[in-house]
Design a protein around this ligand. Sequence first.
Ligand code: ATP
Ligand code: MG
Length: 272
Amino acid sequence: MQLSVEGVTRVFGRTTAVDRVTFAVDGPAMIGIIGRSGAGKSTLLRMMNRLTDATSGRLLFDGQDVLTLTGPARRAWQARCAMIFQQFNLVPRMDVVSNVLHGTLNRRATLPALLNWYPRSDIHRAIDILDRLGIALQATSRVESLSGGQQQRVAIARALMQDPRVILADEPIASLDPMNAQVVMDTLRRIQQEDGRLVIANLHTLDTARRYCDRVIGMRDGRVVFDGTPDLLTTDAARAIYGAGADFSEAATSTAIEALDAPSLAPAPTRA
Ligand SMILES: Nc1ncnc2c1ncn2[C@@H]1O[C@H](COP(=O)(O)OP(=O)(O)OP(=O)(O)O)[C@@H](O)[C@H]1O
Ligand SMILES: [Mg+2]
């Protein structure tokens, strides 16, 4: 799998939210995008998934420019490139398994979808995925009765129903307490490695990116100012991303998975 982002730009009025972003990914990996608020992280992910149009640039996935796709081809890309959000975007009053089955809507006929008819094979698959993510027992519970970490795993399960090549996650742990944040990051890392998917996650802490990602892309004012492995994220590199006067409060441990770094917890995932 090859992803090539070439000069992708998005202008909103007088703001260049994303400014000629260029990078390439060859094969499955876990990539973290970091940067302060307003750096352009969400806009970049939204362009990749075609929720927002780019102003210019190309975004090639296995040689095809996904920025030019329209109609059914655009929807087919959105199914191959699932998105996960900070606020989960689930239907709170609906049960877990129905929320997960919504992940098949992209490839289903409209009428059965409207009537909530799902093939038995899809229901089995949904349960298998929930089981894999450790939340099968909650399958018939309403989403609103689950913890934040469980809800985010439901959102991941819904994404997995599409069997996506790429999973984009926009601040997937920003609304979670440290314990749930760790479970969700461990889950994303596991499905990335075990299934050979490409995961690109906007993360607001440097430490989480360091700990979970193969590669980190740092953005500032819409531009890529750092691109490398976590071990290259020196204080100088962090300063380039977050700004010279930064007190690193944005970069520091505000979700503090690291605060849980007790020996009793699972070890950090191995970096591929
Ligand atoms: N729909 C829009 N209309 C106008 N300006 C926008 C729009 N979306 C984003 N912007 C602007 O683009 C810039 C980048 O925003 P973006 O949301 O991509 O940043 P971000 O890095 O995701 O920030 P955060 O960490 O706060 O989520 C900001 O200046 C923002 O105000
Ligand atoms: Mg954002």
